[in-house]
Design a protein around this ligand. Structure first.
Ligand code: GAR
Length: 190
């Protein structure tokens, strides 16, 4: 049974979906959710699902090994599900091809620093894109630049608002993210 640790910064709808998905399988479990935002909704979701959710500070993450040491104890795979901060090199070095991020656009478009959540959907709308989607990728030292594992697209029309785009992306994320993680874990087990 592989152990998954999820990083989240906000609502945690992806974290919840992944937790529920793996509770029904025998291949992995979410052991811990780590969150850098004290008031985030993900804490309530985890409480309901009876999964440990821990808050950590920038200093635990970037200038000490507190988070790294916890991951060494508790994680085989690390999932970034709406997580805002850049992953330190020490964590990347310890978990090569074991850190997976979801991005709410078709990378390499609309990626990079500051491109998070609604800011992505607003940029997609401003550019009158006729298609957007999700990208699931391995994490390397640069924001949104690791090897792409999976993309799924959704059509847009002129009536779409940033909010309706967010809704379409949410549906794609709920449908695909846990399955893609499962495929990666099964490949490693093979
Ligand atoms: C998701 O749409 C995820 O793709 C996005 O944040 C949202 C988090 O929602 N991630 C990024 O923008 C990363 N650059 P959630 O907290 O409800 O899972």
């Amino acid at each position: 049974m592989k152990r998954i640790v999820i990083f989240a910064s906000g609502s945690g709808s992806n974290a919840e979906n992944i937790i529920q998905f793996f509770k029904k399988t025998k291949i992995a479990r979410v052991t811990t959710v780590l969150c850098n935002t004290e008031s985030a909704k993900v804490f309530d979701r985890c409480k309901k699902l009876e999964v440990k959710c821990l808050h950590f500070k920038r200093s635990d993450f970037s200038t000490s090994d507190n988070v790294l040491n916890l991951l060494k104890k508790e994680a085989d795979f690390i999932i970034l599900a709406g997580f805002l901060w850049k992953i330190p090199q020490s964590i990347i070095d310890n978990f090569p091809n074991k850190i997976i991020n979801i991005h709410p656009a078709l990378l390499p478009k609309y990626g990079g620093k500051g491109m998070y959540g609604m800011s992505v959907h607003r940029a997609v709308k401003e550019n009158n894109e006729t298609v957007t989607g999700i990208t699931i990728h391995f994490v390397n030292a640069n924001y949104d630049e690791g090897a792409i594992i999976f993309q799924a697209k959704t059509a847009l029309d002129h009536q779409d608002s940033p909010e309706s785009i967010a809704q379409k992306i949410h549906l794609l994320e709920q449908k695909h993210f846990p399955n893609v993680i499962e495929t990666i874990i099964l490949k490693e087990n093979a």
